[in-house]
Structure formats: structure tokens, C-alpha cells
Design a protein around this ligand. Structure first.
Ligand SMILES: Nc1ncnc2c1ncn2[C@@H]1O[C@H](COP(=O)(O)OP(=O)(O)OP(=O)(O)O)[C@@H](O)[C@H]1O
Length: 267
């Protein structure tokens, strides 16, 4: 469980970026964090994983305050997947990248091999395990970063803009990985501007605006709340606008839901 208690944060110590954030994230939750550019999503994530230290307030991970913990200690519990994979990769083979932290943790060799194979398989990287990450496409490199974090078995994984640049197949793989992690009770926080991905993959969202959490709940409720959409400066998926233009009497947020609705109507 992640408890964020009255957290305030300002990079310059003067202009607040996070304003009195008070929120609990349940263990095993699969949450998308939405918000316009500059609303504080990444800053909130960095206050959770200790890359930033709250100016006031506390963050508790499984009941323990991060205040006196080192970044390395927190990173064992909270994995962070950067928006740009090049910020994260520094080994010359995919397999080595995944194993780097495991060897540093001095895990038994058998367990390292087991975790590596599982992470490679989950992220569909087995065939490229011996390649240099920089010989892979930038989107495949993202999956190398995910595999490296997943192999560390953190309780929580934060993904910053993971769908950027992914094609449909890769988006489906990412959705699958999030579901597998959810089944394993790993908490995932996915920071994203990708409203279609949110509508299709999440039942639980947090919306940030002006340094505060202004909504938590199901995306359907958010995407049909004009006041909140305006406050957060977020445009819902196109299908929402289309359904509204057609005066459809159901709150539809995905193409699959629209097809099911019109399929029934036609019959
Ligand atoms: N290292 C930094 N130093 C100073 N100000 C920063 C720093 N990082 C972010 N900020 C500022 O803090 C505010 C919140 O930024 P943050 O990156 O948390 O927003 P975000 O919601 O993640 O935005 P985006 O969707 O663009 O990534 C912005 O005004 C930003 O300019």
C-alpha cells in the first residue's frame, strides 16, 4: 500500500507543484494517472519513489516512511520506467541489462536465471536476449526497461508515458504485461496522455490538475463529466464525442462498447 499524506513539493522551494496531496493507493491496484502537461504527474511519481523528497508531508510504502530511506532502498520496492528508455539502459546486452540489478542484489544464480527468463518471455524479448539494446528499435528498448524492472520483483511499478510511439501490437503487449502484473498483485501506476489506452485498459484512474488529484474512479465517469474534463484540460476519446453527437443514451468510451451497442440496436 502507498500512503501519500499531505505531500507538498516545489522544485524551487517556492512555487508549489504538488499541493497537499493526500491519497492512498491500495496494494495490487492498476491505476492510470492522467493530467495535462505540467499538472504534476511525474513529480508525484518521483515523490513516491524518493527521487524527490516531499517538502512537507510523508510517503509511506507498506507502512514505512520513505523519508530516511535512500533512493536505492525505495527503488527495490518501487520500480520506475522512464519515458525515454535511453535514460535507463547502460548494458551492452539485453540479458545483462535485466540481470544487472539482480547480481547487485547478490541473488542466487539459479534465481537470477529464472527471473531473467521469465522477464524475457513476458516482454517477448527471448529472441533478442543477446543483442545490444541499442541495436533494437526504441520501442523494443522500452520493453527491455520493463523487463529489467519486472525482474527485480518490486511491489510497485511506475510507467511514465509507456505507450508513446508504440504500434498496436506493442500496445497489446503492454496491456498484457500490465494484466499479468495485476494478477500477481503488483501495483502499477501508468502515467499517460493516451486516452484510448486508458479507456480500453483501466478501471481505475487518478486525474491531476494544478498539482492536486481532482478525480479518482472509473474512466467512464470522468470522460462524461464536462466540468472535470474542463478543469483538467483533458479531451476524452473521440468515441465519447461521437456518442454524444449521436445522443446515444449510454456512456460509451471504447469502440468495442460502441460496436456492441449498435450491434444490439440493429437487431
Ligand atoms: N526538474 C525540474 N525543475 C524545475 N521544475 C520542474 C522540474 N520538473 C518539472 N518541473 C515543473 O513542475 C511542473 C510539473 O511537472 P511534471 O513533469 O510533474 O508534470 P507532468 O504532469 O508529468 O507533465 P508532462 O505530462 O508534460 O510530463 C511543471 O511546471 C514543470 O515545468
Amino acid at each position: 500500500m502507498i500512503q501519500i499524506n499531505h505531500v507538498n513539493y516545489a522544485y524551487d522551494g517556492v512555487h508549489p507543484v504538488l499541493k497537499n496531496i493526500d491519497h492512498t493507493i491500495a496494494s495490487g491496484a492498476k491505476i492510470a494517472i492522467l493530467g495535462q502537461n505540467g499538472s504534476g504527474k511525474t513529480t508525484l511519481a518521483k515523490n513516491i519513489n524518493r527521487l524527490c523528497q516531499p517538502q512537507s508531508g510523508t510517503v509511506l510504502i507498506d507502512g514505512q516512511s520513505t523519508h530516511h530511506a535512500t533512493i536505492a532502498q525505495v527503488s527495490q520496492k518501487v520500480g520506475y520506467i522512464f519515458q525515454n528508455p535511453n535514460d535507463q539502459l547502460f548494458n551492452n546486452r539485453v540479458e545483462k541489462e535485466i540481470q544487472y540489478a539482480l547480481y547487485r542484489q547478490k541473488l542466487p544464480e539459479g534465481e537470477i536465471q529464472e527471473r531473467t527468463q521469465a522477464a524475457l518471455e513476458l516482454c517477448q524479448l527471448t529472441a533478442v536476449a543477446q543483442q545490444h539494446p541499442y541495436d533494437l528499435s526504441i520501442t523494443m528498448r522500452k520493453f527491455v526497461c520493463i523487463a529489467a524492472i519486472v525482474a527485480m520483483h518490486p511491489n510497485t511499478i511506475i510507467l511514465d508515458e509507456p505507450t508513446a510511439g508504440l504500434d498496436q501490437k506493442e500496445r497489446a503487449l503492454l496491456a498484457h504485461i500490465l494484466d499479468v502484473l495485476h494478477d500477481k498483485q503488483v501495483t502499477t501506476l501508468t502515467i499517460t496522455h493516451d486516452m484510448d489506452f486508458v479507456a480500453n485498459q483501466f478501471n481505475d484512474i487518478l486525474v491531476m490538475a494544478h498539482g492536486q488529484i481532482v478525480f479518482e474512479g472509473h474512466p467512464t465517469d470522468f470522460f462524461y463529466d464536462e466540468k472535470l474534463l474542463k478543469e483538467a484540460h483533458i479531451e476524452p476519446p473521440l468515441i465519447v464525442r461521437l456518442m454524444q453527437a449521436l445522443a446515444v443514451d449510454q456512456k460509451i468510451i471504447t469502440i468495442d462498447q460502441a460496436q456492441a451497442y449498435f450491434g444490439k440496436e440493429i437487431q
